[in-house]
Design a protein around this ligand. Structure first.
Ligand code: TMP
Length: 210
């Protein structure tokens, strides 16, 4: 892992508390005096927000390959427009979901070839890899119960319709754990506990490396 770490991604299954943790970590880094760009995928650019509307609004009708390419296309734009320039300017970048989401969801989850999806990520990002990836891990039933307690509008296509596809979400979670087992840039944080405690664990890992 390069030091200092500059490009940090937060990953995890649905309901892992990822977006709140990204916000808390961004605030903490700013308080510690770091110049940090907090961004998200799908999103972060105009194209990213448009893709977000398409892929999350499309119900289950989108083909997994189309899904993978749309997520990857917005990622390419995000790297070109936001992430790359921020890193080049010496800023920290904290991104809520990035390449590993497509590998976990469209690869492990939807059954596309994981090696091919990984290559697609290399194409989309021009080979840029996060320096540090925090995996917020929660069992599927815990994550989905959290999402059910939240507003229905926050639920996405993987959580709607004919009930939750538990097997799909299990594959996503196991995919993440398999990737993280490679070590390297990955750190796994148990995200079952209170958000403030999880935030402390995340901040402890990150502040030691930035
Ligand atoms: P979010 O809830 O973290 O904003 O993510 C939106 C949903 O999109 C979530 O269910 C994960 C899914 N997703 C993919 O399937 N592939 C991807 O590449 C990304 C970035 C998200």
């Amino acid at each position: 892992m390069p030091r200092p770490v500059r490009f940090i991604t937060i990953e995890g299954p649905d309901g892992s508390g990822k977006s709140s943790q990204a916000r808390l970590l961004g605030d903490r880094l700013k308080r510690e005096g770091f110049d940090v760009v907090v961004t998200r995928e799908p999103g972060g650019t105009r194209l990213g927000e448009q893709v977000r509307d398409i892929v999350l609004g499309a119900g289950r009708d989108l083909d997994a390959r189309a899904d993978a390419m749309l997520f990857s296309a917005q990622r390419a734009q995000h790297v070109a427009e936001i992430i790359g320039p921020a890193l080049a300017a010496g800023r920290l970048v904290l991104c809520d979901r990035h390449r590993d989401s497509t590998i976990a969801y469209q690869g492990y989850g939807s059954g596309l070839d994981v090696v091919e999806v990984t290559r697609l990520q290399d194409l989309a990002t021009g080979g840029l890899l996060p320096d540090l990836t925090i995996l917020l891990d929660v069992p599927v039933d815990v994550g989905l119960a959290r999402r059910m307690k939240g507003p229905p509008a926050d639920r996405n296509k993987f959580e709607l319709d004919d009930g939750f596809d538990m097997a799909y979400h299990e594959r996503v979670r196991l995919g993440y754990l398999e990737m993280a087992a490679n070590g390297g840039r990955w750190r796994i944080v148990d995200a079952v506990g209170e958000p403030a405690i999880v935030a402390e664990s995340v901040a402890g890992i990150v502040l030691a490396l930035v």
